[in-house]
Write a protein that binds this ligand. Structure first.
Ligand code: URA
Length: 284
């Protein structure tokens, strides 16, 4: 029943073609959808919007995802050898770097000076820093590592189409970043140490942006942001409260997973409608 009404919505909006297809209705240049407040954007934000890549994507999320973040012990300090409790595990070693006084530019330069962990370049984030919605993925893949911009491969194109379907875009009202700012070697899952190392950057991004809604894409982003070990299936499709902050977090599927499991798109569409409703509520 639920999926039939979703299907109806999908058809009404032409979203049965909501796939990565070069000839689909969303294959042309993306335009901002109607009805959303569009705050004036600083020129610097717009300068960060890059074109899209085309080849292999970071394609991490298997249909049967493992239930917790894998804390790979290899190369990690002893404190990370146990499965992580969330990135706040880094606190065991005392406070991390104090990024609290940093503005966007200082934070980005700080990241550029961090150990790249074998990656070509940092991938800081892209989009509307004054927007309402922050989208958080897992970690850069090969395309992102090349371009220094998150979600520019196939999954990124799908993400753009999903956002477009609810009147959102990185050009106008969404900022996109990842839990990890450097591509993990060989596209493997980020280790707990890598997540912990990059966590202060994401936290400062959240402080600076002060979004109204955070959307966690996939298991790694969801478990990290919510400091949870719950499987994605339990976290997905619900609003959560970001620990210690007045902030809603919605968990949904990672677009790379949707590329491989298109049968889940109806559920993802339900999640998108929640985002649209949430933004609508903020505006009314
Ligand atoms: N997958 C992610 O999680 N992040 C990206 O930036 C690209 C693909």
């Amino acid at each position: 029943m639920e999926s039939r009404s979703c299907q109806h919505d999908l058809q009404a909006l032409g979203l049965t073609e909501w796939t990565f297809r070069s000839d689909g209705p969303f294959s042309g240049a993306l335009r901002p959808g109607p009805g959303l407040r569009q705050r004036p954007k600083p020129a610097a934000d717009m300068a960060q919007i890059a074109g899209s890549g085309s080849s292999a994507d970071r394609d991490k999320e298997a249909p049967h995802e493992p239930e917790t973040i894998k804390a790979s012990a290899e190369g990690a300090p002893a404190k990370f050898k146990a499965p992580m409790q969330g990135p706040r595990a880094a606190d065991e070693d005392g406070p991390g770097p104090d990024l609290s006084g940093m503005d966007w530019a200082a934070l980005e330069s700080y990241l550029a000076g961090c150990d790249h962990r074998g990656a070509a370049r940092p991938v800081f984030g892209v989009g509307a820093r004054a927007g309402d919605v922050l989208i958080v993925g897992e970690a850069p893949g090969a395309n992102e590592d090349q371009q220094g911009v998150p979600f520019v491969g196939r999954a990124g194109k799908l993400l753009d189409r999903m956002l477009f379907a609810i009147g959102c875009s990185r050009e106008h009202n969404v900022y996109i970043t990842n839990i990890c700012k450097f591509r993990p070697p060989d596209n493997r899952d980020p280790t707990a140490a890598e997540v912990a190392a990059d966590w202060p950057i994401l936290e400062r991004q959240i402080e600076l942006m002060a979004p109204r809604l955070v959307v966690a894409l996939g298991r790694v982003a969801a478990q990290t942001l919510l400091d949870s070990k719950e499987p994605l299936g339990k976290l997905r499709g619900r609003m959560h409260r970001y620990p210690q902050r007045e902030l809603d977090v919605l968990v949904t599927y990672h677009p790379a997973y949707l590329l491989r499991s298109p049968q889940q798109k109806a559920r993802a569409w339900d999640d998108l409608r929640m985002i649209a409703r949430c933004i609508g509520d903020l505006e009314s």
